[in-house]
Design a protein around this ligand. Structure first.
Ligand code: KG4
Ligand code: ZN
Length: 348
């Protein structure tokens, strides 16, 4: 079975073709048949250059850019996969959460294709797609799985007790981790997106140079908060005269990145104590970060848990992870016709 997946939730236009084994999946035990689908193509066109001058994503520019590029990206995905539209058995598309104008571009495009070719269309949740990215490379991850999703718009912990089951354990009460990185980078004039720039410029810095307190919420909840860290960072910037070309920039960036990683892993530790998972998964754009990946793996080793992180390309927004969810959904709840009533939703 071939699936064509489309992702346009934010500022990446992406299309992927996957070959999946829905036929082999037993509905009773989908995890058994979950031999990883094969990614035949996964084309991602970033809009970073469009948004960089503004230090963040401009929603109207994002939707216009998706409209301009989507047809070419889908064509490219099909060509790279060596598969024609007539061979596609299933269409998959991100429904939300995300920028509603951007989501509608992908959704309308996918509806048009599914309607014309009379094939089922599966709507996919963007956060579920991030959580599933890891299973593309490691289909046998043992449940229950504790998942940390860290992206530009979301920071949340999930318990996955079985395939396609996502229980929210905690989420950020203010900024997402990636958003905090993006905002500090923007404040220092380092460019957008902030995470990769901070990682690059802070690589040789001393992560202990600037003291930050690990943020804690007062109750016993597993919710995150990054606004306090952002305020503390701005105070350091002011008091120590941290500037774009200043000598202390690497130390400052390394320290900030370190505290964000520690805060994230502390939450994983607390959640793992509570829910006793068999495996850990780290996903979302910020999961590309080497410092976070290392802290996460170290914790997993100490705790004796299997830990998985997708390869970098599958961490940031991409359509392959959307196709992965769609294949699992189609195996469990087979649909024959396209659901043309699918609507976009902006919030989780
Ligand atoms: O998952 P994603 O592509 O989009 C959303 O759904 O938000 O994540 C984008 C976020 C941005 O905040 C970006 O700064 C961050 O991921 N990011 C990184 C790295 N690469 C991307 N953060 C830290 N280190 C990186 N290497
Ligand atoms: Zn995302």
């Amino acid at each position: 079975m071939f699936v064509l997946a489309i992702e346009t939730s934010c500022d990446e236009t992406s299309a992927a073709v996957l070959r999946g084994g829905v036929e082999r999946v037993s509905p009773a035990r989908p995890e058994d048949g979950a031999a990883a689908p094969e990614i035949l193509s996964n084309i991602v066109l970033s809009q970073d250059e469009v948004h960089a001058p503004y230090g963040g994503v401009v929603p109207e520019l994002a939707s216009r850019q998706h409209i301009k590029t989507i047809a070419a990206i889908v064509r490219e995905a099909l060509e790279r996969a060596g598969v024609g539209l007539e061979a596609i058995d299933l269409y998959a598309v991100t429904q939300g959460p995300g920028l509603v104008g951007s989501l509608l571009v992908g959704l309308s495009f996918a509806k048009g294709l599914a309607y014309y070719h009379k094939k089922p269309l599966v709507g996919v949740d963007h956060l579920e797609a991030h959580l599933e990215a890891c299973f593309l490379e490691h289909p046998g991850i043992a449940y229950p799985v504790l998942g940390l999703l860290v992206s530009g718009g979301h920071t949340a912990l999930y318990l996955m007790e079985k395939p396609l089951s996502y229980k929210l354990l905690g989420r950020t009460r203010d900024d997402a981790a990636g958003e905090a990185l993006d905002k500090i980078a923007k404040f220092l004039g380092l460019g957008y997106p902030g995470g990769p720039v901070i990682e690059k410029l802070g690589r040789d810095g001393d992560p202990k140079a600037f003291p930050f307190a690990v943020p804690r919420t007062k109750d016993r909840s597993l919710d995150f908060s990054f606004s306090g860290l952002k305020t503390a960072a701005l105070k350091h910037i002011r008091e120590h005269g941290i500037a774009k070309d200043g000598p202390r920039l690497p130390d400052f960036l390394a320290s900030f990145e370190e505290i964000v990683a520690r805060a994230l892993v502390d939450h994983v530790r607390a959640a793992a104590d509570r829910v006793q998972p068999r495996s850990l998964v780290l996903c979302g754009g910020v999961a590309r970060n080497a410092r976070l990946r290392a802290r996460f793996q170290t914790f997993a080793r100490e705790a004796g848990l299997e830990a998985y992180v997708p390869s970098p390309k599958l961490c940031t927004d991409n359509a392959a992870m959307v196709g992965a969810v769609a294949l699992k959904k189609q195996a469990r709840f087979p649909a024959a016709a396209p659901d043309l009533d699918l609507d976009a939703y902006p919030r989780a």
